[in-house]
Each structure stands twice: as structure tokens, then as C-alpha cells.
Design a protein around this ligand. Structure first.
Ligand SMILES: Cc1ncc(C[n+]2csc(CCOP(=O)(O)OP(=O)(O)O)c2C)c(N)n1
Length: 514
């Protein structure tokens, strides 16, 4: 067994059985090792697709995928979506090919400071130094990536460590990631706050927006009258009919402050107090009112399901039933396409148990609330603000959950960053409906121009936020990568196209002409 075979065998032994890859010459032995039938390898035509897909995989599986990237430039191409994954607490194992140790001293063209590129966006970076130690390195990378919250682990693989004989390899014992028990004094303190009856918002983040944690949070809210909220962006929320509803703090500073103005207390769970996404010359950074007290209940590495169980115990409210979102039957809309009719069409068409990846920006920003009473689904947001996350994340989510359809809502500007995802979706036959909101502009930046107080944009500034001249041909784009596409320009046609997309397996693209 050579080093590359030892690496792949260790990854799959430790549960990392998918690799989103974009290979080069230095990774040929790793490619050979991917013949291991226990590892699924998925070719991505841009590294940002590979790293975003690994993020999507983690969001649905809660366990890391691996990526294979080609030296420093391959890693650099993947960094923006590693940033988004890191902000979403998604774990991943990045394998970065590298020149063999003996070749590096000649400074060949692809040489770069890979550690320097990796470090700011990785929690753990290691350069393999021998084939025989690779199993150890790989096992540690998986252990780090699997911690709670998930971590970015980056293993640099010099060519010689992959082609040399690994001999008898040893790996550390399997570590099962555990989440810490929340601090009992903090639970008592928050129980006192809730008993006071003063207006309280409990803000849920990361894994607290689903499963047992969410259900128990719903019991706490029902027992105390506290309200449940989320940041504007959350890694994954289980929402829709039958789930505990969570109110979303608005994106823009003024409505966010208006939403928060009457709360005396904010209790944070796996998240921090709400801050504005950007700073503006005349607006505050913090969104809570002066005098509102912030009480951290669950830190990011602690177990929120356990915390709510302890809290219910402290409140003597374990038997309280949670408040659940009723099903709201939305009739299929007709007429003009606008954010409201689009949200109504979504609410009517989303099938039970689907996954929604949202990068709709201006089109969906104010109106996702209309889908609260839709059939139960998972909603995934961009946590890092680096656009171009949705189509890759949808790709990884669809691979993680092949029986669930993924709806990927994406602005045309955002879609253009990582549109190569469509090719991987076609090749792998993934059940993804990509909805491109074709407004032919960076519409959000038009609004931000005014919000920043930059005045009225001149012709040259406008040319930097307009996507006209030429218009993007989405039908041709999708077709060229093997994805069937339709264009719609009414709400009824949009609804029909979504419903149709569910009937046949495989990817579809809907161009929503705005
Ligand atoms: C990597 C990266 N580059 C640039 C930006 C700045 N940016 C934010 S939104 C946006 C335009 C988004 O356009 P689109 O997806 O079409 O949505 P719309 O604003 O039209 O709703 C840009 C360029 C960013 N957030 N991330």
C-alpha cells in the first residue's frame, strides 16, 4: 500500500467516504487510490464548487466530506467557499496536492506558500512528511473536522508521501466527538430571567434550529412566553408545518432594530448577539437597543438539546407541549412575478421534506416568511456572505440526501460565480431544481449604494452593478452543461415549472425573468 492508498483507506475507515475533486499532476497517485470502491469521488470543474459541495454535504449529514485540490492555486480557488463553510461551522477535510519534497527546492512554477494560504481559513493544517505517517495524519484531520462545531482540516500531500510505500501504518484510536455539557449556573441564571416574565428573545443558532433542541426550545417558549428567533442567516433550519416556528431577525438595520426594540433580554444559543451585516456611516453596528441584556445560554461547543432539557427541568416545565407551526395552504399564485408572488409559488409548490438552499438576495430577502406554513422542509443560508455558495451547496446537499429534492434559489449574479455546479449535477444525476432570478443586475448593490450615502450612482458606477450588455442566456448555459431548462415570466408558469421539476429525477433549471 502506498501513502495515497493509505490516506484514502483511512478516510473511509473514519467515515469520510466522498471526495469532491479537481486534480492535477501531483495528485495522480491519489486519483489511483480513489479506485477504492468505498470512496465516492465527484469531479467538480472549479475548486469553489468542490469546497461548497463539501459544505452542503456537512450541512445535511453533520459529518465531513473531503476535497482534493491542486496545490496553492487550487486551494486559493476554493477558499471563498471554505470561508462560508467555516462561518457555518461545517467540518471538511481538504487534501491539497503538493510537489514532492525533493522537487520543491528548485522552485517550480506551481510552488507557493500553501500553509500560508490555508491557515487563516483552517482550524488545523498539517504537511504530511512520510507515507508511513499519513494514516495518522488523515485520522487526525477527520477527528478535527468532526468536532462540534465542525472544523476545517487541511492536509498538504507532497507527491513523494503519496507514491512511497506506507509499510505498516498506525492510526490513533477513533475519537467520538462529544458536545460539552452546558454550565449549570448559566442554566439557573437564564431560568431566573425567564421566570421574571420580562420580554425575552431566545436566539437559536447552528444545531439549535433543528431536531430535539428546537423541539425543546419550543417547550421553553410555550412555558414562559419567551419568543424564539434566529439570526437572518442560519446554517440549517427545520421549518414549515409541524415544526417549532422561529422568527427571523430582519436583515436591514432599521427593521432589525425595530424588531428587537421591546426585548429586555436576549438569550443566545450556539450564536452571538445580533450585529449588522455591514457598517454604514450613519447606522449602529449592534442591533439590540441600549439597556437590553444579553445572556449566553449555550456556547458554540456545547449541547443545546441538553441545555434546553436542563432549562425545562429548572423551570419545572418538562411536560409543556411546544407551539407548532400550522400548515398554511397557499393557493398557486398568478399574474406578475415579484418577491411576494414568487414566495407564494414556493409555499404552494415545495414538496414535503425538500431542502431549500437560499441565495436569492433581493428577490427572497423580505418574503421568505410566506413559506413558514409550507410543507416541512430544511432551509439553508449563506453564513459567510461570500456569494457563489448556493449552487455548490445544493450539489453537496443533494448527494447527501439523494431521496430529497433540493431547490436552489439563486440570484443571477451569484449563480455566475460557481455555475460549473450544473455540470456536476448533470453528471451525477442529482435531484436539484435551480431557480435563477434573472434581474440582469446586482440589484442589492443598487440599494446599498443609497444606504451607504454614496449619492446617486453615475453612469460608470451603474455599469459596475448592471449585468445587461450582454444578457446571460440561461437556457443555453444550462443546456451546455446537460441540465434541461425552462424560462418563466408569470407566477403561474413559475409554480408549474417547480411542480414539473419534481416529477422527473435529475437536475432542472428555471430561469425566472424579472
Ligand atoms: C465573493 C463576493 N464578491 C462580491 C460580493 C459583493 N456582492 C454582494 S451581493 C452581490 C450581487 C448579487 O447579485 P445577484 O445574485 O444577482 O442578486 P441581486 O442583488 O440581483 O438580488 C455582490 C457582487 C460578495 N458578497 N461576495
Amino acid at each position: 500500500m502506498n501513502g495515497a492508498e493509505s490516506l484514502v483507506a483511512t478516510l473511509v475507515d473514519r467515515g469520510v467516504d466522498i471526495c469532491f475533486a479537481n486534480p492535477g499532476t501531483s495528485e495522480m497517485h491519489f486519483l489511483a487510490a480513489l479506485e477504492n470502491p468505498r470512496m465516492r469521488s465527484v469531479l467538480c470543474l472549479f475548486e469553489g464548487v468542490a469546497t461548497g459541495a463539501a459544505d452542503g454535504w456537512y450541512r445535511m449529514k453533520d459529518s465531513p466530506a473531503s476535497t482534493l485540490l491542486h496545490l496553492g492555486p487550487g486551494l486559493a480557488n476554493g477558499l471563498a467557499n471554505i470561508h462560508n463553510a467555516k462561518r457555518a461551522s461545517s467540518g471538511m477535510v481538504n487534501i491539497i496536492g503538493e510537489h514532492s519534497t525533493s522537487h520543491l527546492k528548485y522552485d517550480p512554477p506551481l510552488t507557493s506558500d500553501i500553509e500560508g494560504l490555508a491557515r487563516p481559513l483552517s482550524h488545523w493544517v498539517r504537511r504530511a512528511d512520510s507515507a508511513s505517517a499519513i494514516a495518522w495524519d488523515a485520522a487526525q484531520a477527520v477527528a478535527r473536522a468532526s468536532e462540534h462545531p465542525g472544523q476545517i482540516a487541511t492536509l498538504i500531500l507532497p507527491g513523494n508521501t503519496s507514491w512511497e510505500e506506507a509499510g505498516a501504518t498506525i492510526a490513533p484510536p477513533v475519537e467520538h466527538a462529544t458536545r460539552k455539557t452546558p454550565d449549570a449556573a448559566r442554566i439557573e441564571h437564564v431560568a431566573r430571567v425567564l421566570r421574571s416574565g420580562e420580554p425575552t428573545l431566545i436566539i437559536l443558532g447552528n444545531k439549535a434550529t433543528r431536531g430535539r433542541a428546537l423541539e425543546r426550545a419550543g417547550r421553553v417558549a410555550a412555558a414562559t412566553g419567551a419568543r424564539l428567533g434566529s439570526q437572518f442567516f442560519t446554517a440549517r433550519i427545520e421549518r414549515g408545518a409541524g415544526r417549532v416556528p422561529i422568527e427571523r431577525i430582519p436583515y436591514a438595520v432599521a427593521p432589525a432594530r425595530a424588531f428587537l426594540k421591546d426585548f429586555r433580554h436576549i438569550v443566545t444559543v450556539e450564536t452571538k448577539e445580533p450585529v449588522a451585516f455591514f457598517s454604514y456611516p450613519d447606522k449602529p453596528s449592534l442591533l439590540k437597543p441600549e439597556g437590553t441584556l444579553v445572556h449566553p445560554l449555550v456556547e458554540s461547543d456545547e449541547d443545546s438539546a441538553l441545555a434546553f432539557e436542563m432549562l425545562l427541568e429548572a423551570l419545572g416545565a418538562a411536560a409543556t407541549a411546544p407551539m407548532l407551526q400550522p400548515r398554511v395552504q397557499t393557493p398557486a399564485p398568478s399574474g406578475a412575478l415579484n418577491p411576494v408572488s414568487i414566495a407564494h409559488a414556493l409555499a404552494a409548490a415545495l414538496p414535503e421534506d425538500c431542502i431549500v438552499v437560499d441565495e436569492s438576495l433581493t428577490t427572497g430577502r423580505e418574503t421568505m416568511g410566506y413559506t413558514m406554513g409550507a410543507a416541512p422542509h430544511d432551509l439553508i443560508n449563506n453564513m459567510g456572505g461570500s456569494i457563489g455558495y448556493a449552487t455548490p451547496v445544493a450539489t453537496g446537499a443533494a448527494l447527501a440526501c439523494p431521496d430529497r429534492r433540493v431547490f436552489c434559489m439563486v440570484g443571477d449574479g451569484s449563480a455566475m460565480y460557481t455555475i460549473q455546479s450544473l455540470w456536476t449535477q448533470a453528471r451525477e444525476g442529482l435531484n436539484i431544481t435551480t431557480i435563477v432570478f434573472a434581474n440582469n443586475s446586482y440589484a442589492i448593490l443598487k440599494a446599498e449604494y443609497a444606504n451607504m450615502g454614496a449619492g446617486t450612482p453615475g453612469e460608470r458606477a451603474l455599469a459596475m452593478i448592471d449585468l445587461e450588455r450582454p444578457r446571460i442566456d440561461w437556457q443555453a448555459m444550462a443546456k451546455s452543461m446537460g441540465v434541461p431548462a425552462v424560462a418563466v415570466d408569470t407566477a403561474e408558469a413559475f409554480y408549474r415549472a417547480m411542480a414539473d421539476s419534481v416529477r422527473e429525477p435529475g437536475p432542472r433549471l428555471i430561469e425566472v425573468r424579472l
